[in-house]
Design a protein around this ligand. Structure first.
Ligand code: KIV
Length: 271
């Protein structure tokens, strides 16, 4: 067993090495201390403080309402549970879209106020200059292409992206532009597996898929989805490793029953 002082934090270099060795990169989202600590102890490489917090934690329909301060708040909770994993923080809607200086200021605020190792930006070619500015100033950036939930009102649905040739070609250009601009990795969300494979073979930086098939360098899922907490969300790309909502519901019902029947607390549970 190594002591916590010997644990080496996962860095962008380590993520690149995993790709080069052909070893898959593992990633999950987290928004709180306890889940982040479990992810980290289990050996997850990247913990994304995703703006999916807006959906699965706050209960919004989209990720658009999430604020920069909320992302920083959740990252501070996550970081207290993490010794090894690289923490990546989503830049929320309207924290980088207006102009490069604002993106730089907001990414800098995340890096200054949290223990994050990188930020994530949704979009490709059109944010290349922003990505270049951030990386040149020491802020690692993860790109995110394909289905980018902050653009849901433009897409009009959560259907897979890149099925038409023109959009597929644009996604390849986006990936290359992100690499050129200095991004250290790219999330590819909900595109055909063959396209994700093509993108992965077209760039030297790692690709992390979600609903993008197996021919990518790593996988990410929203933690509450894979734990089976988001019971009404069942897209084919989510493998449920647990059915936690049922377990929690059963526990709550048993608790109610035990109180009503004076079965809780027992003598042993009393002082
Ligand atoms: O916000 C998020 O959780 C994400 C992942 C789905 C990649 O961006």
């Amino acid at each position: 067993m190594s002591s916590s002082s010997e644990i080496k934090k996962v860095t962008t270099r380590k993520i690149q090495e995993l790709k080069e060795k052909g070893e898959k990169i593992t990633a999950l989202t987290a928004y709180d201390f306890l889940i982040a600590r479990l992810c980290d102890r289990a050996g997850i490489d990247i913990i994304l403080v995703g703006d999916s917090v807006g959906n699965v934690f706050q209960g919004n329909q989209t990720t658009l309402p999430v604020t920069l301060d909320e992302m920083i708040y959740h990252t501070k909770a996550v970081q207290r549970g993490v010794k090894r994993a690289m923490i990546v923080v989503d830049m929320p809607f309207m924290s980088y879209q207006t102009n490069i200086d604002e993106a730089f200021r907001n990414a800098g605020k995340i890096m200054k106020e949290t223990d994050a190792g990188a930020v994530k930006i949704e979009g490709g070619e059109i944010y290349a200059e922003t990505v270049a500015k951030l990386t040149a100033n020491g802020i690692p950036v993860m790109g995110h292409i394909g289905l980018t939930p902050q653009s849901i009102h433009r897409f009009g649905s959560y259907q897979p992206r890149g099925k038409e040739e023109e959009e597929a070609k644009q996604l390849i250009r986006d990936a290359k532009a992100l690499e050129e601009a200095g991004a250290f990795a790219i999330v590819i969300e909900k595109v055909p597996a063959s396209l994700a494979k093509h993108i992965t073979e077209s760039v030297k930086i790692p690709t992390i898929g979600i609903g993008a098939g197996k021919f990518v360098d790593g996988q990410i899922l929203v933690v509450y989805d894979m734990l089976g907490l988001t019971e009404d969300f069942n897209p084919r790309f989510v493998r449920k490793y647990l059915h936690l909502s049922q377990l929690i519901f059963d526990a709550f019902q048993k608790y109610i029953e035990d109180i009503k029947s004076s079965n809780f607390p027992s003598e042993k549970e009393s002082y």
